[in-house]
Design a protein around this ligand. Structure first.
Ligand SMILES: Cc1cc2nc3c(=O)[nH]c(=O)nc-3n(C[C@H](O)[C@H](O)[C@H](O)COP(=O)(O)OP(=O)(O)OC[C@H]3O[C@@H](n4cnc5c(N)ncnc54)[C@H](O)[C@@H]3O)c2cc1C
Length: 386
């Protein structure tokens, strides 16, 4: 596998390079040896999040004064990519914690709320989940039916059901999107809330096709006490801003899986012989490897473009959607080709190729499906051409 971050050394600070070296060592020493065991158990030990927190992986972009690493999104995306090469389920959990749960609190939380959750959210003591999706709200984030009602004393109470929430049952705090009224334009007013774990009623871990060790859950909110996070009615806009960062993380997870699949396919093509030749000597196989390399390099540059813009601040919705769309579909293609190159061996569970292939599929759905990314990109394009 190509070493990281050789291509980008000159664009990274000494501190970022040091962080990435720590992430590589952590992934090789503490993640890779357990990847299959966690996949079989369909669970990640809490201790691995604490260990990740010790090197700053749970607060990569959180400012140092709040206990985070205070780094940019280039380092963040390369770190998530590196983790995903070994265990995509852990990478997606850590990405969701950083960009969505922690990101929303960082962007919209008051000083008092920050003081309550940091540094614990940045050092691995606590995990944060982010709950938008429910039966009526998927691609259409405006369909939220979880209701937030303000009490006479000014406090808020939530009632509803959330599904497919990463870290949902195990997070210490959850950012919950809820409907709090109707806007002047007659649309649903959606607000974000900070909810403690004690207020969540877990329903179940949802069985998934891939990323099995990731915690994808359903939970109920029954008269749950909640604190408004940011101004009332800012939930949907705030959610979309977090997804702009989140989608860079999904691109990174996709890239890590594609890296692992291509490295395995290359090794196999060089070692397996058929018809008296190595698979690597057949042009059909060579072209599959070449197409995968092109897919990965293009995805890498698009991810880094979005990451640079995210670090600078300002709008980057279009770039994040382009990166996520290309990287997720590229990863599926690369994993599919890698499985094909391995033949029957690739379809067995004796090697992790089938895991990469299953894990990669989520990236085309989560944090906005490929169709939603195409909507964001075409809207941006058409609006810019008016
Ligand atoms: C493993 C996993 C983890 C997740 N983690 C989280 C999380 O942490 N927090 C959270 O809030 N959510 C989470 N989700 C939910 C995820 O973001 C949604 O599944 C995703 O946004 C799609 O919504 P949906 O499943 O309701 O599909 P739907 O919205 O029902 O879409 C079904 C299909 O219709 C297409 N479609 C929908 N509308 C249109 C349209 N207008 N034009 C064309 N096609 C359209 C979609 O692209 C898709 O192909 C997770 C999901 C999974 C599977």
């Amino acid at each position: 596998m190509r070493s990281l971050p050789s291509l980008y050394d000159s664009h990274l600070s000494a501190e970022e390079l040091d962080f990435l070296q720590q992430v590589t060592a952590f992934a090789q020493r503490e993640v890779a040896p357990h990847a299959e065991e966690w996949e079989k158990a369909e669970e990640l030990p809490r201790a691995i999040f604490q260990a990740a927190g010790r090197i700053g992986l749970l607060g990569v972009t959180v400012p140092k004064n709040l206990g985070g690493r205070g780094l940019g999104y280039v380092a963040y995306s390369l770190a998530i990519r590196e983790l995903s090469r070994h265990q995509a389920a852990l990478a997606i959990d850590i990405a969701a914690h950083n960009a969505l749960g922690t990101g929303h609190i960082l962007n919209f939380g008051s000083a008092a709320q920050h003081a309550r959750v940091f540094p614990r959210l940045a050092d691995g003591t606590w995990l944060a989940a982010w709950a938008l999706t429910e039966p009526s709200a998927g691609s259409d984030s405006g369909g939220v039916e979880t209701a937030g009602v303000q009490q006479p004393d000014g406090s808020w109470v939530l009632n509803g059901f959330k599904r497919y929430i990463t870290l949902g049952r195990i997070a210490d705090v959850v950012v919950v999107m809820a409907a709090t009224g109707t806007t002047e334009k007659g649309r649903k007013e959606i607000s974000a809330f900070l909810v403690d774990r004690a207020q969540i009623q877990p329903v179940r871990k949802v069985p998934t096709c891939g990323l099995k060790a990731s915690e994808t859950s359903e939970f109920n909110l029954v008269n749950a006490s909640a604190e408004l996070l940011g101004p009332r009615g800012s939930g949907q806009q705030g959610a979309l801003a977090c997804l702009d960062k989140g989608r860079i993380g999904v691109a990174a997870v996709s890239l890590g899986l594609a890296d692992a699949a291509l490295a395995a396919a290359t090794r196999h093509a060089l070692s397996r012989q058929q018809f008296g030749k190595r698979l690597a000597d057949f042009q059909t196989i060579q072209f599959m490897l070449a197409d995968s390399e092109v897919d990965i390099r293009a995805a890498e540059l698009l991810m880094l473009q979005a990451a640079v813009l995210a670090t600078r601040g300002g709008r980057h919705s279009m770039e994040s959607s382009v990166a996520k769309l290309h990287a997720s579909e590229a990863a599926s293609r690369v994993c599919n080709r890698a499985l094909q190159i391995h033949g029957g061996y690739g379809y067995t569970r004796d090697i992790p190729i089938e895991r990469y292939w299953r894990d990669a599929r989520l990236s085309e759905i989560g944090e906005g499906s490929s169709e939603v990314q195409r909507m964001v990109i075409s809207r941006g394009l058409l609006a810019g051409s008016k």
